[in-house]
Design a protein around this ligand. Structure first.
Ligand code: G4P
Length: 527
């Protein structure tokens, strides 16, 4: 029973957005509500911002962008909330994709002036693959924004999900008056109060036909709001939580994160409707969070938390049962029993050693280089969680050793960085040369920097022209062998020994797909 209580009170989610839409600001405000940080009037200070973003890596500090992913837990009312932070920079999208495998829902932040942007679209595709429930927060209403109905249409069209506004804005920019909260039936008035405290002025207002509304937001805007709400009710079906939980309907809120406006409404609704930990899939069977035996998987490995040590921190999502400190667990891939004397939990920006953790929680495990992304821990059952794919990289380079004396260090460094999921390694079948594939340009610099600073190795990059890497498989072994023979110069194997076709151009890929009908070309490593 105690376990069930712990499960039902947990909400594990990520805030995702195109860079600059306001993800960091919103996360910070959510932490503020949870009392996880106290900033009384100093929200703009960079100090707070730094502590809410994860800046574990030196390189991240240097570049001033959030490269890493971290976890922030806090309690709000009776709910234990775990926010999984995702890197803001799109070159680290793969990190974000992986983090999305560990959440039970997401909040998407959209800039009301810009609407749906490229990165939002990509991230939504990943959510769709897993039917992750999505809430939308349209931000920056204090600035001139697009028409709310146009924004709703845009979200529906671009993100391919039905929407249901649960709040509705009254104008935007200089004339922004506030938000009518359809879900709670009250009016939040926007006061351009630079103090940015946790309390926006809220007026209970269930009957918007009342003439009193005019006194709050002027007759012009009152009339506009009545018309808008009539239209909302006419156009959109009632909010259906089941549809939301299936990932087919997104409730939409409007506000201004930097002014802490509309955030409480979002949070209140979130704790009521967002799912507690959901069942997870493995290769053999589904795992219910309420199963007594502990299971969990590693979705993220962080290196170099302390630059003086090369130790890493592996982030494990607990999927079922109760995780206990100093208890033996089976590390399924190696078959070894391992116990953890100092597992850490994350509350706001602090890490602390914990004795127990429950489904939905993220536990930090000390790792000396043995863990890989996707590793599973159980109480004995040989399980492998699915849904943690690698995505086909988009940029490729040969990696060469630039210091012949440091060959071993380079090999070890590359090996460990690949285990962390920084990039993907392929070995050319033609010449045995190592090829690194990434989703962003910046990763090449990160790899070079880290090889040098953490492993004392030097690498050099050489260009290679590849359009896309795809994993191939077929039931027609003859055709597969024929394909591999003909495409020998474009074949490689990945780190797990699987066949990968490195297509030079999109044309070559299309042609290969056309000519070899029995071969399946996959763009994620999980199929
Ligand atoms: P991100 O994590 O999604 O990349 O975005 P972040 O929260 O860092 O916000 C990007 C910029 O947008 C910041 O301004 C932030 O203050 C601003 N912002 C966030 N929410 C709102 C809002 O509701 N209204 C307005 N007008 N601006 C908002 P910056 O100039 O880059 O940084 P700062 O100096 O203000 O901290």
């Amino acid at each position: 029973m105690a376990l069930l209580d712990e499960i039902t009170k947990r909400r594990t989610f990520a805030v995702i957005a195109h860079p600059d839409a306001g993800k960091t600001t919103l996360t910070e405000k959510l932490l503020l509500f949870g009392g996880a940080i106290h900033v009384a009037g100093a929200v703009k200070s960079n100090k707070i911002k730094k502590s809410t973003t994860s800046d574990f890596m030196e390189i991240e500090r240097q570049r001033g962008i959030s490269v890493a992913t971290s976890v922030m837990g806090f309690n709000y009312k009776d709910v234990k909330i775990n926010i999984l932070d995702t890197p803001g920079h799109e070159d680290f999208a793969e990190d974000t994709y992986r983090t999305l495998t560990a959440v039970d829902s997401v909040i998407i932040v959209i800039d009301g002036a810009k609407g749906v942007e490229a990165q939002t679209r990509k991230l939504m595709n990943v959510c769709r693959m897993r039917n992750t429930p999505v809430m939308v927060f349209i931000n920056k209403l204090d600035r001139p924004c697009k028409d709310p109905f146009d924004l709703l249409d845009e979200v529906e069209r671009e993100l391919q999900i039905r929407v249901r506004p649960l709040a509705f804005p009254i104008s935007s920019g200089d004339t922004f008056k506030g938000v009518y909260n359809i879900y709670e039936k009250n009016l939040s008035l926007f006061t351009t109060d630079e103090r940015q405290t946790a309390d926006a002025e809220t007026v209970d207002f269930s009957d918007i036909s009342s003439p009193e509304l005019d006194n709050y937001i002027t007759p012009k805007f009152a009339s506009q709001l009545r018309d808008d709400l009539d239209l909302v009710e006419a156009v959109y079906d009632d909010f259906d939580r089941e549809e939301y939980l299936k990932g087919t309907l997104a409730p939409v809120f409007f506000g201004s994160a930097v002014n802490n406006f509309g955030v409480r409404e979002l949070l209140e609704c979130f704790i009521r409707i967002a799912p507690s930990p959901r069942p997870s899939t493995t290769e053999s069977r589904p795992i219910e969070p309420s199963e007594q035996k502990m299971t969990g998987f590693i979705f993220k490995i962080h290196a170099n938390m302390d630059p003086n040590h090369r130790d890493r921190l592996a982030f494990m999502k607990i999927c079922s049962g109760t995780f206990e400190r100093n208890k033996n667990y089976l590390h399924v891939r190696s078959g070894k029993q391992l116990k953890f004397s100092s597992p850490t939990a994350f509350m706001a920006e602090k890490k602390s050693v914990i004795d127990f953790a429950y489904p939905g929680d993220i536990v930090g495990l000390h790792d000396t280089g043995t863990f890989k992304i996707g590793d599973t821990f159980t109480e004995g059952e040989k399980l492998k969680f699915t849904g943690i794919p690698s995505f086909s990289p988009e940029l490729f380079r040969y990696i060469e050793n630039a210091d012949p004396m440091k060959f071993k260090q380079l090999a070890k460094g590359v090996d460990q960085l690949m285990d962390e999921g920084v990039a993907q390694l392929f070995t050319s079948s033609l010449n045995g040369r190592k090829i690194i594939g990434t989703v962003g340009q910046l990763q090449f610099e990160v790899i070079q920097y880290r090889l040098e600073h953490e492993y004392g190795a030097k690498c050099r990059w050489e260009p290679i022209s590849i359009h896309k890497a795809c994993w191939i498989e077929s039931d027609n072994q003859e055709q597969l062998a024929d394909f591999k023979r003909r495409k020998h110069a474009n074949m490689a194997i990945d780190k797990h020994g699987r066949d990968v076709f490195l297509a030079d151009t999109s044309y070559a890929l299309a042609l290969a797909q056309e000519n070899f009908k029995d071969i399946r070309f996959h763009f994620t490593s999980e199929f």
